[in-house]
Each structure stands twice: as C-alpha cells, then as structure tokens.
Design a protein around this ligand. Structure first.
Ligand code: SF4
Length: 661
C-alpha cells in the first residue's frame, strides 16, 4: 500500500494506492477518504496517449527525438552565452517543492537572474501581497478543519463546488450541522445553489461591498475595540477615510437591494464564528490586492481572526502554489519568505555559498511577455505549465514567444498550447511517477509518492534543473542524489528566515503543518507586531464596456476539467460531464441577439475572437457572459491589465461582444 496525495488542486486529498487501485485515504484529515472525479481518475493520466516520453528538438518545424545529454549541453551553452538577466524561468503551482527550490536556487543564486516567476502569479499573487501588507508575512491564518467550528462561512468569488470539490463536500456536511453559508458571486453556480444567501453582486464591486459592511460594523458598534486597540495599526485613519465613502453610491455599485444587504448584516451579527474564503473572484483583478485587503479589514476590526472557526481564508487553486511561495519561487521574493534587501541577500548567499545575487526583483508573468516583445528574453525555461494557454491577451503572448530564440518546455505531456512555440521539449515525470512534497491550501505539507515506475526516458523536474546546473559548472552546489537531499537543504534554509518563524526543520513523519503558532497571542510579523488596516476604495480601473463590446466576460473552472486539459480532456469519464467549449449568455441578451441555445457564436474582444457554442442560462447576469477556463483559446479575449502591486492579471473583467454566426 502506497500513501500519497492528489496532484490537482489545493485541497490536497490523501490517496491510497494498492496494486492497480487508487482510493481516498480515510485516515487523511483533508479528505477523510473522499476524492472527486479528477482525483479518482488520476492514475489514468499517467497512461494517456498525450505523454511526452523522449527529449525532442524542433527542426524544420517538426519535433525530432534527441538524447538528454545533447539537450542539456545545448540549453546550457545558450544560458552561458546569454546575459543572466535575459534568462527566464517560468514555473508552476503543480511542481513539487523540491523542483521549485532547485530552480529558484539555480536561477537566482548561480545564473544570477531573478527572473523566476510562476503560473501562481496568475492566481495567488494578490493574496500573497495582501497577506504581507496586513500581517507582515504571506500566511494563511485558517485551516480547513476550522470550518467545523465556524457558524458562518462567507465564500467570495469562489465556486468551491466545482473548483475545490472535496472541501465543498465538507462544507455541505457542516451545513447539516448548522453552518450558515453566504456566497458572494455575480454568477449562479452549484456553490450559490447550496447557500442560505446568494448575493449576486455586480462584477468588480467587492471592495464596495466590504467597505459598506465595515462602515456599518463601525456605526453599529459591532467592532471589537479591544482587539483593534491591542493588535492593529491605523484604525483611526482607516475609520475616518471609510466614513467619507457614500453609502448609497457603494450599495448602488454592488447592484444589491437594501433588503439583501440587511439580510447579510443580520447573518453577520447573529453568528459568532465567521470564516471568509475566496479565490479568483478577488485575486484576478486589477485591484486584487485591495479586494483582499477590504475583506481582511472586516476580520481585523471584528477580531474574528486567530481563533478557531474564524479568519480570512485564501483558497489556492493548484496543489502546490503554497510550496512555491514557501521556497520563494516568485520573481518578487528571493527565497524562504525573504525579499531582496541587502541583509537577506547576504544570508542567502552565505547559505548557498554563492555570490552575485541581484538586489532587485525579477520579471513577473506579463512583464516577461513585454520584455520578450522588446527582444530582451534570450532563453525561456518553462516547467510544468502552459503559458501560451494561460497568459492573458494571447495574440500578444504568441508574438512575444516567437521573439524568443530558445524556449525549453519541461512537460509530462506533449499536447500543450505552448509546444507550438517551444524549441526543445524535455519529458518530465508526471504525478504518480515522482516523489517529493507539496503544501496544500491550509499549509499541510505532504509527501507525494511514486505509485508506478518512472517511464524510462522521463525525469522529475528537479533532476532536469540539476543536470543543467552541473553542465553550467555548479556540480558541487547541486550534488543531490535524492529528493530528500533537496528537501533537507530547504528545511535547513528556513532557519535563516526570521520572518518565517518556522519549526520546519523539526519536520518528521508523512505530514506536517507549517506555521501552526505563527500568530500566537495575535502577534503579527509587522515591525510592532500589530496587523495593518489599509483603507482601500474601488478605483473602477478595469476595462470598460462600450457599444461595440457591451458584455463583461467572466471566467472560471468547471468541475471535471483542469486548466488546458492536457490531462483531463482526454479522459472519457471526465469529458462527459459538460461540453467543454461553450459560452453562457443570459436569456434576455440571447433574445436581443437572436441567439438560440446550441448556436455557434463568435465571442470577440478588441484583442481577438473565438467561436463557441451558446448556452443560454439565467445563471449569468444580463450583460455578462461566462466562459470556462478549460476553453483552450479563451485568452485571445482577455485583457493583460495587472494589479500594480501583485502583477496579477485582471482575468475577470474583459469587454466582449457576442454574435451569432
Ligand atoms: Fe484532487 Fe482536489 Fe479533487 Fe481532492 S478535491 S481529489 S485534491 S482535485
């Protein structure tokens, strides 16, 4: 019997593998034996026809097989010839922590480029920055088990029933116990259907909503003055600025009625323990950080944080987005929660026994595209992700990628959208064929284990990075034999980060929760150990609709598909659940446009056009449309505007038109 963990989403369900059967692990706290359809069929993803099994090089527009030695020598020679800052690593929340650690060490510590970003930039970066601004550290102060102690759960911009299936099953169990559920989402989803109250706010009005709530809490004296006094900074400034915001205008922008708002307030007052959980509806926005802060403020002024059953809970989409944050695999972090100030650089250089680490952040996802367009990216190494599919404004990304002399794609599957632009493809071991650790959304670190033998010519990503490091002449610093060697070094490194206050170096056994006592006695990791309240307001910065593009495009996950579907789109049992390529349109809009259910329609933005099947449903509001992110061409439509602090794209607010064809 092998115990491991699912490699899809941030819930991180425990699994057991016996001979040829994969089942949920009853003893594992996250899922207690449950698995969703994706997790239950993960074994089949190892055997799909889309596996990449040999290194390949593109010659005359076709991929031909080469050997590992030649590939590594070729890539390393190009890195050597390039200026360090023209080398870019683009990683993934589906990598294991050891993969992340070694890529980060190689790039920042030895090649001396801080251009190490990740697809987690496009889903989690706003939460990371908000945590740092409010708490002084990127830390999630809630665990899944807290749901059992909560009286009210507020889900914001989250369709957990489809994106975090097993977590939502746990929520449903708690609803039977008496938990109340409010869902704030512009769309009707399976999640909103389970709620006691669904607030179908207007797209982009989240800050207005939370500011209204906080204004009201202050007016009604429902705040925790003792907590504010002892454990927070800036309350008076925050309160004064907030009081100047016009109530009626904010309510109008949310699109809610007074009655709906009052119903929410009543539920808030009637329930003692409150958790607010959110995902992309808040994060993927030009004001993603501010949206996060507006929600965190609500918990800080009521003292509903750092006690069981309470707190702001950022849900991560990918299985190891959290692990990537831990090691510092972001262009905006150096390593182990340290930034680029001189003292931290010195510590990291001493630990890695290296020199030359640059003292400024690297390029973030969309900046990589901008710099490539200017001809400033020489080598792009992509690991376990599909940027041509997932980055916004795809036509621009394609143009930029055509401008990069060497794109190396390390991937377990050959059917990515990026492969058309790659010059070399290296076959990575997929989930099930490799060992390592991952950290789920409630900070549980778990060992992912091989459940089958490694395909003969595939290698785990960390080994690919190691081979490049050796070829570049850094063998002594990358002399790892096993994945445990890397993890042990990472654990040791966590000691140099005082921000982290980790006892990870004491980690033993199969699972471990990091930071259990991080905010003990409400001591945050800011200078004076108090949390910061930040006044924020809706700046209305997203793309505006117009006569030509009158709809706002919303995007989101569906239950059984995963990202571009390199793994899930080929499995029959997952395909059957929902048609893969569709756009949801409100019946009144469809009527005006003379579109019938099932018609093929063109969806167009100023950036591009795609053709989809129309699905007519009142689940979307009038003047909005919804397209699942599993539609591979979706990002021809989306806008590459980013949050100015987190650099996370505004995926949920692009102006489009819809036309019958
Ligand atoms: Fe895997 Fe997430 Fe499904 Fe659990 S909920 S089985 S972690 S995809």
């Amino acid at each position: 019997m092998i115990k491991s963990v699912c490699g899809y989403c941030g819930v991180g369900c425990g699994i057991e593998f016996d001979t040829s059967k994969l089942i949920g692990d009853i003893s594992y706290p996250t899922n207690e034996g449950l698995l969703c359809a994706k997790g239950a069929s993960e074994l089949h993803t190892i055997e799909t026809s889309s596996r990449l099994l040999r290194p390949q090089i593109k010659q005359d527009g076709k991929f031909n097989t080469i050997d590992w030695d030649t590939s590594i020598k070729y890539i390393s020679s190009k890195i050597k010839k390039s200026e360090p800052e023209r080398v870019v690593f683009y990683l993934s929340g589906q990598l294991l922590t050891e993969d992340y650690y070694i890529a980060n060490k190689l790039a920042k510590g030895f090649i001396n480029t801080n251009n190490v970003d990740t697809n987690s930039r496009t889903c989690m970066a706003s939460a990371v920055v908000a945590h740092k601004k409010a708490f002084g550290v990127d830390y999630v102060p809630v665990r899944m088990r807290d749901i059992k102690k909560a009286n009210l759960l507020i889900l914001v911009g989250s369709n957990a029933a489809e994106a975090h299936v097993v977590f939502f099953n746990k929520i449903k169990k708690e609803l039977k116990r008496g938990l109340k559920l409010v869902v704030i989402d512009p769309r009707v989803t399976p999640t909103t259907k389970a709620a006691h109250l669904h607030l179908q706010i207007n797209v982009g009005s989240d800050i207005d909503f939370f500011n209204l709530v906080c204004q009201r809490l202050i007016t009604d004296e429902k705040i925790d003055s003792n907590y504010i006094e002892k454990y927070t900074n800036n309350f008076e400034t925050y309160k004064n600025k907030l009081s100047r915001e016009a109530k009626t205008k904010m309510l109008k922008r949310t699109g809610l009625s007074k009655e709906q708002f009052e119903e929410f307030i009543t539920m808030f007052y009637e329930n003692e323990n409150i958790i607010s959980a959110w995902t992309m509806g808040l994060n993927q926005s030009v004001q993603g950080v501010d949206k996060n802060l507006s929600l965190i403020n609500m918990h800080l002024i009521t003292g509903k944080i750092n006690k069981e059953g309470n707190g702001p809970f950022s849900l991560t989409g990918q299985p190891n987005a959290m692990g990537g944050r831990e090691v510092g695999g972001l262009a905006t972090t150096l390593a182990v929660h340290l930034d680029f100030e001189a003292e931290s650089i010195k510590k990291v250089e001493e630990f890695w026994k290296t020199s030359g680490i640059k003292n400024k952040r690297g390029l973030t996802s969309c900046e990589i595209v901008d710099e490539a367009l200017k001809g400033n990216v020489e080598v792009l190494i992509i690991s376990h992700t599909d940027p041509i599919y997932h980055l916004p404004n795809r036509a621009k990304v394609e143009k930029a990628f055509r401008n990069i002399p060497l794109i190396v794609e390390i991937n377990a599957y050959e059917n990515s959208e990026t492969s058309e632009f790659s010059h070399i493809r290296l076959p990575a071991s997929p989930w099930g064929e490799k060992d390592g650790t991952q950290t789920n959304m409630d900070r549980t670190i778990t060992k992912q284990k091989k459940v089958t033998r490694t395909s003969i010519d595939c290698k785990p990503d960390w080994e690919v990075f190691k081979l490049i490091a050796w070829e570049l002449g850094f063998k002594k610093s990358f002399d790892y034999s096993t994945v445990e060697d890397i993890f042990n070094e990472f654990k040791e490194m966590t000691k140099i980060s005082k921000k982290r206050h980790l006892d990870m170096h004491n980690m033993k056994g199969e699972t471990f929760i990091w930071g259990e006592k991080l905010f003990k006695d409400n001591k945050f990791l800011t200078q004076n150990e108090k949390a910061n309240l930040h006044f924020v307001k809706n700046e209305n910065l997203s793309e505006k609709t117009s006569k030509e593009f009158p709809f706002i495009l919303l995007t989101g996950r569906t239950r059984d598909q995963w990202h571009s579907g390199t793994k899930t789109a080929l499995l029959d049992n997952l395909k059957k659940f929902k048609a893969l390529e569709y756009v949801e349109i409100h019946p009144n809009d469809a009527k005006n446009l003379e579109i019938e259910d099932g018609d093929m329609v063109d969806v167009t933005s100023v950036r591009g056009e795609i053709t989809l099947e129309a699905k007519i449903t009142p689940d979307v509001k009038e003047k909005t449309v919804f397209i699942p992110v599993s539609v591979r061409k979706i990002n021809y439509l989306t806008l590459d505007l980013v949050d100015k602090e987190s650099f996370e794209p505004d995926y949920n607010h692009s102006a489009v038109r819809v036309k019958s064809i």
